[in-house]
Design a binder for this molecule. Structure first.
Ligand code: GLP
Length: 247
């Protein structure tokens, strides 16, 4: 595992964007696994800038997103489809049909989960999977649990996650209580994982994920079993990690 400790959010974003762009340059038709949340917005901004400059093209890239709120229309400004359009897809040369986000409005959510699993599998899984981390150690919307769920599934969000995400909504009551999330199986099947973390409120989760026991109580801890993980964080988020991890 390689760890990059960057001085602040901007440096973290630039490093993460560099790693993604290296993948796209090396393999122009790669499959990128993408994440939402406040952490990757700076990374996407940097990718947009390089695309606009003509240094990086997404013309052949395919994407698979991790998750989506159940019951939010793609046009809802807090849906993850909307997030991806406004932060990345609308500003780069990607083919719209090559972008995939679970459908939070599917009539049959269980069927949508099966469809999404099949889709990700048929694409050969992500070559590079970008992840954020929740303050409770969640990845995508795989919440702390008594077991790891392998497949794409419907999840009930924890109080902690609803509280964390309430800042994007008018109130906590408006945060959807359920979501569709890629399971641990698809995430772990990615060729390479790039996990990014920013801010002191992520420090404990990052420590538990990479220095603690591998347990579904901290879903990100499963990444200790993946053999190609890159962690990029700012000083605050990585403050609890021991020095030897940076060598
Ligand atoms: C959200 C998303 C995750 C994200 C995490 C952290 O709920 N489902 O994919 O990594 O929470 O979000 P943020 O980057 O805003 O802290």
């Amino acid at each position: 595992m390689r760890v990059y400790k960057e001085k602040d959010y901007n440096a973290m974003s630039r490093r993460a964007a560099n790693i993604i762009s290296a993948e796209v340059i090396r393999r122009p038709d790669c499959v990128l696994g993408l994440a939402t949340g406040s952490t990757p917005t700076g990374t996407y901004k940097q990718l947009v800038e390089w695309n606009k400059k003509g240094d990086l093209s997404f013309a052949e890239v395919k994407t698979v997103n991790l998750d989506e709120y159940l019951g939010l229309e793609p046009s809802h400004d807090q849906s993850y489809r909307y997030f991806m359009q406004s932060n990345l897809f609308d500003h780069i040369d990607i083919v719209p049909d090559n972008t995939n986000v679970p459908n939070g409005m599917a009539e049959d959510a269980a069927e949508e989960c099966r469809r999404y699993d099949e889709l990700v599998k048929s694409l050969g899984y992500a070559d590079l999977q970008l992840l954020g981390i929740g303050s409770n150690g969640h990845i995508a919307f795989n919440e702390p649990d008594s077991c790891f769920r392998k497949e794409t599934h419907v999840v009930s969000l924890t109080e902690n996650t609803i509280r964390d995400n309430a800042r994007f909504f008018a109130s906590a009551d408006e945060v959807p209580k359920k979501a569709i999330t890629m399971g641990i199986g698809c995430i772990m099947a990615a060729g390479r994982i790039l996990i990014i973390a920013s801010g002191a409120n992520k420090a404990q989760a990052v420590y538990d994920a990479f220095c603690g026991t591998v347990t579904p109580e901290c879903p990100a801890s499963i990444l200790q079993l993946h053999n190609d993980v890159v962690l990029v964080g700012d000083e605050a988020a990585l403050s609890l990690l021991p020095e030897e991890m940076f060598k």
